[in-house]
Design a protein around this ligand. Sequence first.
Ligand code: ZN
Length: 258
Amino acid sequence: MPGAGRRRAVKPGRSRSRRLPSLPTVAGLVALVVAGAGAITVGPQQSADSAIALSSQGRELSGTDAVGYTGGPRARALSRDSEREALQDAADAKLQKAAEEQAAERNAELKSLGKAAEARAGQIAKNQWHLPTEGYHLTARFGMAGGLWSSNHTGLDFAAPSGTPIFAVANGVITETGYAGSYGNRTVETLPDGTELWYAHQSAIGVQVGDQVIGGQQIGNVGSTGNTTGPHVHLEVRPGGGDPVDPYQALVFHGVTP
Ligand SMILES: [Zn+2]
């Protein structure tokens, strides 16, 4: 049986030689014609020859029948089948496309998540230092002498409105929090190399001893607790927990200029 598509491509009534009807149809018609003809014109001995001669006539008839056949119920059924197949193919293609689009979307999402994680991992690995607050101005430098301090100034003062966030300068762990005399509310953060960072005069402390913090993370708020004349964060840098060094130089050394 030829494919439905090929069959439909043939125009009815034309190219009869190319459109061969199915064998049962031919045989059936030949038998019918032979039976009819035999009964009228030929004797029993000639019936075989007549059948051959008449077979072409049978083919003619079956050809005619085949013309009607293409438009018949079966052909329509075949046509419906191929339409159904075409619709199914279209539906499959649509599903396939949707699945592909969904996969692409998911990939983009994962890529974006991966990039964010990568950026954070890079930030932690690089351990970029950060300024301890924002919207500040420097009021007292390291080593300055003044009536306010018993010795020379041991830190760097960032003056900012009370309540301004204080950020961890680098990655580290919180090793001390609480009120500390002239320092007021103070947080001590210890870096992996043993350096201590002191944040003093806070109005509020936002971390606890043992907290792991990342540079740039808020750890408290600017205040004027302890020995101060106005709200500011006093930053000290003490390598190995020993004597303080100039925080300005330490910040510049680590890539940030206050
Ligand atoms: Zn100070």
